[in-house]
Design a protein around this ligand. Structure first.
Ligand code: BGC
Length: 565
């Protein structure tokens, strides 16, 4: 009784003494909202076109909220929709406080936020914090004179030798990462395309201004940010050359460098900690575009006290480009034991679609369901990419003149760019897949007549309905929500199996990553999982309602998900 009273006093204290924005809500098991949420990335240019100009827009997204809610999505992350000259399709921001006219107005954004709320869908924006557009007024001021107060907001250097860039760093989009500017006879640094100059995060004014951007959007109702390109936020303060590896050249014809001086500098963690504090004050979440090459690097993004990026995306998992149980097992084991909350993603606007990377041309639909069954049943948060749920595949440009992505323009033919994974969402069988009555900015995939939301909604065996059932299970099954990950049959080279166990109940997942039917004995007792039998919850092939966990037959590339009895 006394405890109950104390509990009530505590709750009242939380409710009244701490302002609403500062209350980081957690559920009964101690999870903040984002840990059990399913996130969905929207590339705004390609999602839904409301004003029929061939370009997706914010009102288009608003018009599809009911669909997202039907699917089971809890939060959307919208790739940059800020004013931009679009040399990198929005990842070159000229004004952080507005909306690009291609996508609508601030009022449209407010409407989207207002309409999302009753549907329990949170809205996250893309925070391009490492660099701006060269059209941003900050850069315009910075480049105007060496004495300008914003000069130091960007990274300016003198030539190393006459007419030579300050060092050997190369841009991800090819060529030197330095561009000469004749106005002040100095070079500025750009890790990406030259019109994307990097900010100088060692300048406290930059930090203050960029943090204010997030505060402004939080107050408008945004629930968090995906932090773009955090690994290249700082460069070596002494501007030392990167070591060159071997004599090979990359797709752009540049020497291959070990990027030790232009990436992953220790100072970035201080910024992330401070940015996280601001996010926490608003019960918001930070997703990280955290490319890492090993688990130790990924761990650093969570922060020593889980006080940096809430959701650093695991791209090591996302880029296991073959159906290899051993590789997935190893990666899951690492991330699951990292001490941070795992974040799984299988594709996005920079990564070729799942359907292409794993498909064998014959079992592609099965494989799409297989991959969904994998990353949506793991312990952690899942970040989907629009169109994945209907089995969209890459539609790559065939001719250099059709390429829209600067990376593809510069790297053609070796590097065709990322247009292929950014094509319009396929809504129905009408012209342009119902995305727009006008010719869309990128061509719609020819397969849209069979792979679209409307058609798949009415087919109980579609990829879309499979995703929907998975998402629903994820939200309601306690073992899937809370269960610890237990690897099963760790030596099996063809089938990836695991349990998610919670309070004596286990969900069992069996994923056949091979092209032949496999019989599996899950050997549950050897892993301390007790079961008399199992019942099928969801399966990508015809399965009996009850199965014997010591003898489960799984079709080629089949996925079976069951529950212990
Ligand atoms: C975004 C890319 C973009 C790059 C440079 C990234 O991290 O995800 O789409 O091209 O930043 O702007």
């Amino acid at each position: 009784m006394r405890n109950q009273k104390l509990g009530l006093v505590f709750l009242l204290f939380v409710a009244f003494a701490i302002p609403a924005w500062a209350q980081t809500a957690v559920d009964g098991e101690g999870h903040p909202w984002w840990q059990h949420a399913v996130f969905y990335e929207i590339y705004p240019r390609s999602f839904a076109d409301s004003n029929h100009d061939g370009i997706g827009d914010l009102p288009g997204i608003t018009s599809k909220l009911d669909y997202l809610s039907w699917l089971g999505v809890d939060a959307i992350w919208i790739a940059p929709m800020f004013p931009s000259p679009h040399v990198d399709w929005g990842y070159d921001i000229s004004d952080y406080y507005s909306v690009d006219p291609d996508y609508g107005t601030l009022r449209d954004m407010d409407e989207l936020l207002a309409q999302s709320k009753p549907r329990n869908i949170r809205v996250l924006l893309d925070f391009v914090m490492t660099y701006t557009s060269d059209q941003n007024k900050w850069f315009q001021e910075s480049k105007s004179s060496r004495a300008n107060p914003k000069r130091d907001w960007y990274i300016w250097r003198d030539a190393r030798d006459p007419q030579q860039p300050p060092n050997n760093w190369t841009s991800l989009f090819g060529g030197s990462a330095w561009k000469y500017d004749s106005t002040t006879s100095q070079w500025f640094y750009h890790y990406f395309y030259p019109p994307q100059p990097n900010l100088n995060w060692r300048n406290p004014e930059v930090e203050k201004n960029m943090f204010d951007v997030t505060r402004w959007w939080y107050k408008r109702g945004v629930a968090g940010f995906r932090l773009d390109a955090v690994d290249v936020m700082f460069v070596d303060s002494q501007f030392r050359d990167n070591p060159v590896v071997g004599t090979e050249r990359n797709a752009f014809g540049d020497p291959v460098e070990r990027e030790i001086n232009d990436k992953n500098q220790p100072e970035l963690h201080g910024v992330l900690q401070r940015l996280r504090k601001v996010a926490d004050e608003h019960n918001a979440v930070l997703i990280g575009e955290t490319w890492t090459s090993d688990i130790e690097q990924l761990k650093k993004y969570y922060g020593e006290h889980n006080d940096e990026v809430n959701m650093p995306m695991d791209f090591m998992f996302a880029t296991i480009n073959k159906l290899s149980p051993a590789d997935f097992r190893k990666q899951i084991e690492w991330v699951d034991n990292s001490g941070g909350w795992p974040v799984y993603v299988v594709s996005n606007h920079d990564i070729r679609r799942v359907y292409d990377r794993y498909g064998d041309g014959k079992h592609d639909d099965q494989i799409a369901k297989l991959m969904a069954s994998l990353y949506l049943t793991l312990r952690g948060t899942a970040v989907m990419y629009y169109g994945e749920e209907i089995g969209m595949e890459n539609n790559d440009p065939k001719r250099p003149e059709d390429v829209k992505d600067s990376m593809g323009k510069l790297g053609w033919p070796k590097e065709k760019g990322r247009d292929g994974e950014r094509t319009p969402m396929q809504w129905n069988t009408q012209a342009n897949a119902g995305f727009s009555p006008t010719t869309p900015w990128l061509p719609v995939d020819d397969r849209y007549k069979n792979y679209n939301v409307e058609t798949e909604k009415s087919d109980p065996n579609s990829i879309l309905n499979y995703y929907r059932q998975l998402l629903s299970m994820r939200h309601t099954n306690q073992a899937l929500l809370e269960g610890k990950y237990i690897a099963l049959n760790e030596d099996d080279p063809s089938v990836l199996s695991y349990a998610r166990s919670y309070k004596g109940q286990s969900v069992l997942v069996v994923l056949n990553m091979s092209g032949v039917t496999r019989k599996v004995n899950l050997n549950l007792e050897s892993k301390g999982v007790h079961a008399k039998g199992a019942k099928t919850l969801l399966s990508s092939f015809t399965t009996p309602g009850r199965v014997d966990p010591s003898e489960i037959s799984v079709e080629p590339f089949g996925a079976w998900i069951g529950e212990t009895e």
